[in-house]
Structure formats: structure tokens, C-alpha cells
Design a protein around this ligand. Structure first.
Ligand code: S3P
Length: 191
């Protein structure tokens, strides 16, 4: 079966069963926004990105928020944005890499949403983020691989609590999307 008809069949089965927000979690460069947008397009529900929502509420960029107000302020703003998005009905929410690590956000996602971890090796993430590192304060002036390895050590035990885990290595995005749909189908059949 071609990827296209495989995907259409899965969408037909899965889309009517989606009853909660779908929350993409994982490190910077994991593909949360890209896969999240594809997921929302295919099942025809809205897409939001917590970083974009935060920037538009704060009216300044993420690096500016870190510079002017500090990381703690950013994390609190991120928690508030996530609370609003999760309570905003059924949609796909792509999150900043630290969002699911916040205990309150983590508890809210577990209670009200389906979480999907896009798991990628730190080596591949480090290669991917090179292009967009200026917009990511955690990478500023630091070796991307070192940052990714240390974030992976700290955060993977939390991301592992996600409802769905999909390995998203160097494969076409369509294949990752199909894996997400298959796991969603299995999860929704159990619940
Ligand atoms: C962060 C990830 C970024 C952004 C901020 C902090 C993190 O989002 O929220 O720079 O703590 O991992 P992406 O994961 O979308 O790059």
C-alpha cells in the first residue's frame, strides 16, 4: 500500500475518535511543529504552536524574553500559555521543548490531552538545530551536541511518560506521521 492510501485509511479510522487535544513534546529540532502541522491538516483540526502563542502574547521574541526577563519568567509564561491552549478544545499543540517538563503542565496534559513524544537521537538534533540556533537561547554560545546530550539526560525520563512515543529519525515526515497515526489508533482503541 502506498504511504498516501495507508495514511488516508488511518485518518478515516482515527479522526472521528479524537476527543482531546494532541500535544507534541520533545527536544528542540525533533520536528514537533512540522509533524504537528501535518497531523492537524490530515485530521482537520486546528494547529497551534505554544512558542508562537507565547511570543504573540509577550510581543517580543523568545531570545528577548530570556534576555530581558530571564528563563524563570519564560517558563512561567509558557505554563500559562499551555494551560490556555489545553483548555481551548480539540487541537494539535506543538510545544516548546521545556513545556512538558513543568510539573503543572505535565499534570494538565496527562489529565486532559494525549501526549506524543517525538524521540530523536541528540546527535541528529544537534545537526538539525544548527540552522535555527539564533532563535534558541539555550544554544547561545554553546556546543549544540553538548546541550542536546545534557537536555536528553535531564528530560527523556519525563518525555518517556508521554502516552505515545514515536521514533523520528532521518525518515520522511510522512512515515513519522503514519507511525503517530498507528499509535493513536492503538491508544484510542484501548481507551
Ligand atoms: C526550549 C525550546 C524552544 C523554546 C525555548 C526553550 C527548551 O522551543 O521554547 O527556546 O527549553 O527546550 P522548540 O523546542 O520548539 O525549539
Amino acid at each position: 500500500m502506498s504511504d498516501n492510501s495507508e495514511l488516508s485509511n488511518l485518518v478515516r479510522i482515527v479522526a472521528p475518535k479524537i476527543d482531546r487535544p494532541l500535544v507534541l513534546v520533545g527536544l528542540m529540532g525533533a520536528g514537533k511543529s512540522r509533524i504537528g502541522k501535518m497531523l492537524s491538516d490530515s485530521i482537520d483540526i486546528p494547529f497551534v504552536d505554544s512558542d508562537i502563542e507565547l511570543v504573540s502574547a509577550a510581543r517580543c521574541s523568545i531570545p528577548e524574553i530570556f534576555d530581558r526577563f530571564g528563563e524563570e519568567f519564560f517558563r512561567d509564561a509558557e505554563r500559562r500559555v499551555m494551560k490556555r491552549l489545553i483548555n481551548d478544545g480539540i487541537q494539535v499543540i506543538s510545544t516548546g521543548g521545556g513545556a512538558f517538563i513543568n510539573p503543572q503542565t505535565n499534570a494538565l496534559v496527562k489529565e486532559k490531552a494525549i501526549s506524543i513524544w517525538l524521540r530523536v537521537e541528540p546527535e541528529l538534533l544537534a545537526k538539525r538545530v544548527v540552522k535555527n540556533r539564533d532563535n534558541r537561547p539555550l544554544l547561545k554560545g554553546r556546543d549544540a551536541l553538548e546541550v542536546m546530550k545534557s537536555l536528553a539526560e535531564e528530560r527523556y525520563p519525563v518525555y518517556e511518560q508521554a502516552d505515545i512515543i514515536v521514533d523520528s529519525y532521518d525518515v520522511p515526515h510522512e512515515s513519522t506521521l503514519i507511525s503517530v497515526m498507528e499509535k493513536l489508533d492503538a491508544l484510542l482503541n484501548r481507551s
